[in-house]
Write a protein that binds this ligand. Structure first.
Ligand code: NDP
Ligand code: 8X3
Length: 250
């Protein structure tokens, strides 16, 4: 395995969902390791702000993981010196309209969650992995969830999406085992981010209560540190899965 799979000054990372929460913290953590980080998301102002915070190590990239044309256009817009992506963090995700009994949710929300959390993740991976194969060099980090192995009422679609991420990640790791491409899945428990505010868009009090009722949650930096740890392992090691929980989690 190629030594260069570990982040080095100037290694290029692409973080999806870098405009908020875990993704924004991960962009910072990877930049602290010396990476140049492409910060991707739909909200231009937010990805620009996060990328600007990284100085010349940050590059904003507006893209929607559910839109193939947006992915292709955004990746094609990268200048030559930003194209050789060594680390891909598939973090973009959500649960709009979630935590509802299956028949009581909106079918468009359900489909949107699958298109974002599963299809979008697969599309980005497919678009980026060909360059990794050519260079025999790459690390793909997929953000799963404890919901990817613990189903719950109201979680048909979100938990289903993270089960898919779980199966995809471990199978992908096996597809490329022994090559220069490593695959890691990070499975967080509850992290205090904008996630619940997106889920209950229009009802911020409900989102706030969700986090407050849980008690001490993880913070985005906890997951970012975990990702930095996983991508910093020597070439003979692959961290296949890491479950990260708040200390007080049941
Ligand atoms: P946030 O809501 O804070 O961040 C979600 C990010 O995903 C945003 O940057 C958003 O950017 C981006 N995103 C959503 N849809 C799209 C899209 N179609 N195209 C591009 N980007 C998109 O939540 P978190 O930081 O908490 O979530 C990050 C990941 O962590 C998700 O995959 C989530 O499932 C997972 N996770 C979260 C947990 C938690 O408790 N918070 C626990 C376990 C896993 P924009 O709107 O600008 O496009
Ligand atoms: C889990 C997110 O808010 O459903 O990935 O606990 S939440």
């Amino acid at each position: 395995m190629n030594e260069a799979t570990m982040p080095r000054p100037g290694s290029i990372a692409l973080v999806t969902g870098a405009s908020s929460g875990i993704g924004a913290a991960t962009a910072q953590a990877l930049a602290a390791l010396g990476c140049r980080v492409i910060c991707a998301g739909r909200r231009a102002d937010r990805v620009e702000e996060v990328a600007a915070g990284l100085g010349d190590k940050g590059l904003p990239l507006v893209l929607d993981v559910t839109d193939p044309a947006s992915i292709d256009g955004a990746l094609a817009s990268l200048s030559h010196d930003w194209r050789e992506i060594a680390i891909l963090v598939n973090n973009a995700g959500g649960d709009k309209g979630g935590r509802e009994r299956f028949d009581q949710g909106d079918i468009e929300d359900w489909v949107g969650t699958i298109e974002t959390n599963v299809t979008g993740l697969i599309r980005i991976t497919y678009a980026v992995i060909s360059g990794m194969i050519e260079r025999d060099l790459g690390h793909i980090v997929n953000i799963g969830s404890v919901s990817g192995f613990t189903p719950y009422a109201g979680g048909t679609i979100y938990a289903g999406s993270k089960y898919a991420v779980h199966g995809f990640s471990e199978s992908l790791r096996k597809d490329y085992r022994g090559t220069g491409i490593r695959v890691t899945e990070v499975l967080p428990g509850l992290v205090r981010t904008e996630f619940a505010f997106q889920r209950w868009e229009g009802d911020p009090k409900k989102a706030q209560k969700f986090y407050d009722d849980f008690g001490e949650c993880l913070v985005p930096e906890d997951i970012a540190n975990t990702i930095a740890f996983a991508v910093s392992q020597p070439p003979n090691v692959v961290i296949s899965q890491l479950v990260v929980l708040p200390n007080a989690a049941p």
